[in-house]
Design a protein around this ligand. Structure first.
Ligand SMILES: Nc1ncnc2c1ncn2[C@@H]1O[C@H](COP(=O)(O)OP(=O)(O)O)[C@@H](O)[C@H]1O
Ligand SMILES: [Mg+2]
Length: 265
């Protein structure tokens, strides 16, 4: 399912009535079965574009077309940094939630949930509550809850952003394995250069606000990927290129924030 984003512009209205251009002229085709990473400084509109593709927001102008989907949002499912698990539901009931909403019978949804719980390595924790799990485990539950919907498009907005470095690596490896198995179309938002290159088939580098595409880097590292690839020359060259592109944008974003802070004080 190719996702075509054409000339998307998003203007947010601030509380004081002023307009903020979050995205401007964003045009890209996210190819079916490809892992695309969106990389950019904080506030450049990464979450905004993910939400627009997921049908959670309607762009001010421009168009998103999802090949073969009749309704925006029906082809995709989203995973966020904050997992938004229901604290009063067990792991299995959190994972099965979407199927429950879809009216799937209890036995069937429990069976499916167990398969997904197993695929994210949480077998044995079905009856635990979110508060009894570590951050990494909760993020696995969130991933299983998204994967159970079996939508062709997986949207991930900094899903590992709150995890410690070691847990993050384990989760990245898990996601790479799941991607190789399921071949979904993935749009993965991150501000981490390493993560974008390690996971992506392409890295879409964005400019500071208003967010546009600065450059698209093709990542020709072989799959299956592994964290060890970070130390290869090819990875290093891609990192340098991405870093060079993003450094100017981060500086620009920081300057803008300073100006805004100055104006506010
Ligand atoms: N719902 C909203 N209403 C008003 N402003 C918003 C809204 N969502 C995001 N913004 C603003 O739009 C800009 C881009 O936000 P976002 O897409 O969240 O950036 P990123 O995910 O790259 O950090 C930011 O300045 C943010 O404050
Ligand atoms: Mg964001």
């Amino acid at each position: 399912m190719n996702i075509t984003v054409e000339d998307v512009r998003q203007v947010w209205e601030g509380r004081d009535g002023s307009n903020l251009v979050a995205l401007d002229g964003f045009t890209h085709t996210f190819k079916s079965g490809r892992f695309s990473c969106i990389l950019g400084p904080s506030g450049c509109g990464k979450s905004t574009i993910a939400q627009i593709v997921g049908g959670l927001e309607t762009p001010t102008s421009g168009k998103v077309t999802i090949e073969g989907a009749n309704k925006a949002g029906s082809a995709s499912v989203m995973v966020w940094q904050s997992q938004n698990l229901f604290p009063w539901r067990t792991v299995i009931d959190n994972v099965a939630f979407g199927l429950e909403m879809a009216g799937v019978q209890k036995a069937e949804r429990a069976d499916k949930a167990r398969v997904l719980i197993n695929s994210v390595g949480l077998t044995g924790f079905e009856r635990h509550y979110p508060s009894q799990l570590s951050g990494g485990m909760r993020q696995r539950v969130a991933l299983a809850r998204a994967l159970i919907m079996d939508r062709p498009i997986l949207l991930m907005d900094e899903p590992f952003g709150a995890l410690d470095a070691q847990t993050k690596i384990v989760m990245q490896e898990e996601l790479m394995r799941i991607f190789d198995e399921t071949k979904k179309t993935v749009i993965f938002v991150t501000h981490s250069i390493d993560e974008a290159i390690l996971l992506g088939d392409e890295v879409i580098v964005m400019t500071a606000r208003p967010g546009r595409i600065k450059e698209v880097l093709a990542v020709d590292l072989p799959r299956p990927r592994s964290v060890e690839m970070i130390s290869t020359p090819k990875f290093g060259a891609l990192f340098d290129r991405a870093f060079h592109l993003i450094r100017d944008e981060v500086t620009k974003a920081m300057q803008e924030q300073n100006v805004a802070a100055g104006a506010a004080s």
